[in-house]
Design a protein around this ligand. Structure first.
Ligand code: HEC
Length: 279
């Protein structure tokens, strides 16, 4: 405000503001739009950035295990088929074996009847509830959202999911949480129907990794990050190829254009008016 009439104000001000904010993360000045209960900014954990690094395939079997053993009891993952896991976290045989453990309704057969059959690689992940009403009935009226695109559907993306899963705490003094709700400062409003589901040691990892809360939250977040965009790594690789290819084609076409046009561009057209021979 002091420099309102100064000509230098416009370029300088934004820079000053940015540095103030960086030095005081999470400040909650009176009147500021940020508040403790209305969705805290999730911490940035690097491992689960919004711009994920290519997935570490060796980490994946564990990531899937946490989804299957914990989240799948309430959440569906509609957009991921068993075949999507092949080459990412499991081999084709492993994925096929997992699919076969699930019964799917198929049909109708020759008699017009639906029948049950073991799952195939092309089947999608089974949902815990047959419909939304059943899901709500099983969760005191709250609907556990499908997790296929959840990383893309929330501000803070993977960081938010990680913070949400690890962020359950007792409500601070003065905050009343309704019966059946849980306090989580990362959830907008602070009161979430989903209870804390990740606790140390609830999952056993095959490779003896200690199953800490943070480890499991990181693994399942990595898995959901992948699930939201299984084609991510392939897309980036194709993108690089496209940039290289099109740059080469542009260079060639510029060269050819100049080559072909050189005759026209360097041509000199002169007009000699007919001289009047009568004078
Ligand atoms: C006991 C059932 C149950 C389990 C198990 C469960 N959830 Fe939930 N989850 C819910 C319910 C119910 C909601 C809806 C909460 C609400 O809207 O208040 C929810 C909401 C969510 C949300 C959305 C939050 C938002 O911002 O809207 C995410 C993300 C989530 N769960 C992730 C997970 C993950 C990851 C796991 C596994 C580690 C998991 N959940 C396990 C019941 C469950």
């Amino acid at each position: 405000m002091l420099f309102r009439s100064s000509a230098r104000r416009t370029p300088r001000r934004p820079r000053r503001r940015a540095s103030t904010r960086r030095n005081t993360p999470g400040r909650t000045k009176a009147g500021s739009t940020r508040s403790i209960t209305l969705g805290n900014a999730p911490a940035h954990f690097g491992v689960t950035s919004a711009h994920p690094a290519p997935l570490d395939a060796s980490q994946h079997p564990e990531s899937y295990v946490v989804y299957r053993e914990v989240c799948a009891a309430c959440h569906s993952l509609d957009r991921i088929a068993w075949r999507n896991l092949v080459g990412v976290s499991h081999t084709a045989d492993e994925a096929k074996a997992m699919a076969e453990e699930v019964e799917y309704t198929d049909g109708p057969n020759d008699e017009g009847e639906m029948f049950q059959r073991p799952g195939k690689l092309s089947d999608y992940m089974p949902a815990p509830y047959p419909n939304e009403e059943a899901a709500r009935a099983g969760n005191a009226g709250a609907l556990p959202p499908d997790l296929s695109l959840i990383v893309k559907a929330r501000h803070g993306a993977a960081d938010y999911i990680f913070s949400l899963l690890t962020g359950y705490v007792d409500p601070p003094a003065g905050v009343e949480i309704r019966e059946g709700m849980n306090y989580n400062p990362y959830f907008p409003g602070g009161a979430i129907s989903m209870p804390r589901v990740i606790f140390d040691g609830i999952v056993e990892y095959d490779d003896d990794t200690p199953a800490t809360t943070a480890q499991m939250a990181k693994d399942v977040t990595t898995f959901l990050n992948w699930a939201a965009e299984p084609e991510h790594d392939e897309r980036k690789k194709t993108g690089i190829k496209a940039v290289i290819l099109f740059s080469a084609l542009t260079a060639i076409s510029l060269y050819v254009k100049r080559f072909k046009w050189t005759v026209l561009k360097n041509r000199k057209i002169q007009y000699y008016p007919p001289s009047d021979k009568s004078h």
